[in-house]
Design a protein around this ligand. Sequence first.
Ligand SMILES: [Zn+2]
Length: 340
Amino acid sequence: MKGLIKRLSEAHGVPGSEDEIRSIMREELEGCCEIEEDVMGNLIAKKEGDGKTVMLAAHMDEIGLMVRHIDENGFIRFITLGGFFDQTLLNQRVVVHTRKGRLPGVIGSKPPHLMEEKEREKVIKTKDMFIDVGAENGESASKMGLSVGDYITFDVPFRELKGGLFTGKAFDNRLGCAVMMEVMKKVDTPHRVYAVGTAQEEVGLKGARTSAYRIEPDVALALDVAPAGDFPGTKPEEASIKLNKGPVITVVDGKGRGIITHPRVREGLVKAAKRLKTPYQLEVGEGGTTDATAIQLTRGGVLSGVVSVPTRYIHTPVEVASLSDVKNAVKLVLSYIEGL
Ligand SMILES: [Zn+2]
């Protein structure tokens, strides 16, 4: 499991360019499932059955950047794909995915030595940032294969921390992908189970929308990550989710503008956790949402819910999560499906 998470975290796939994740999923699930890909870039794995149609969805894409402009000095200006806090981008190592291969680069900035006192207090905006790949000028950048529209991802290796925790990039949502794959390998049920690696979640839940329409599930679960708040500077009344306290069952996200989980699904998940005697946490979220929001609104409406792995520092290149939560999420989803 840890090896799979490392592999998924270190793979690159921003919205619209999920190929690497798709091939890992295909490789992992080919033995147990029928597999198709669709025009949106979703990977759809199916285990046939004659009961209900269950859909699992885990988005494959990670937040990233895209080249918007290359200037005459060879520096890159970019846009963000997905939600960033500008400050987390500064001075990161990145990889630019060009037609000629990968180029390492850094998001540069003025050193403090060159800053006026006032400048040091200012937050630098994304639009004022640039990437340095070492190109001498615009012409040499283009010779390297650099072009407007190239994708850019963080260059961050997976690392284990103490206490069963680990850190890396793209845990949102490669942890959900890992949970989904593990469930598919193990699930034993008369129901028909689809696992969809969805495309372009971070930019509008797009792959979930089209795949749910096609699959017409009776019940659906999005598998994702939930923001943990167990670190300095966050009050428990503002963010009560913690690592090592089990998977998160969403009650509401986006203050109800995301999903309001159907009580049948929510209660079913809670019962499944109680049956297993595994820990779980309930989430009433204010910001952010998941694929379940799009799935729920498909056709005449779909019974939908969310199971998430609690994760610290979501949407940064140093996300932190716990293996025990990942394993308990797998157990919870399996028990829920098998109990349907
Ligand atoms: Zn996500």
